[in-house]
Write a protein of this length. Structure first.
Length: 67
């Protein structure tokens, strides 16, 4: 009777360890997703800024070609 009880206790401890580790992985994945979202928004803003900054330069180059 001792061995089945010991096996059951070890199985429960193993499942508890897996549950704790899966909770930690879930938290890390959420943090990573938040960072990816923030980075994506920053890249989008930088691309828009670059597009706005290059518009006058493009018109200047176009005007120089016409001359």
């Amino acid at each position: 009777m001792l061995w089945p009880m010991l096996a059951l206790a070890l199985a429960f401890c193993g499942i508890a360890v897996l549950a704790v580790l899966s909770a930690r992985v879930y938290a890390e994945v959420r943090g990573l997703a938040r960072q990816v979202s923030d980075s994506s928004q920053r890249i989008t803003r930088a691309a828009e800024d670059l597009e706005r900054a290059s518009a006058p330069l493009g018109s200047t180059v176009d005007a120089l070609r016409r001359e």
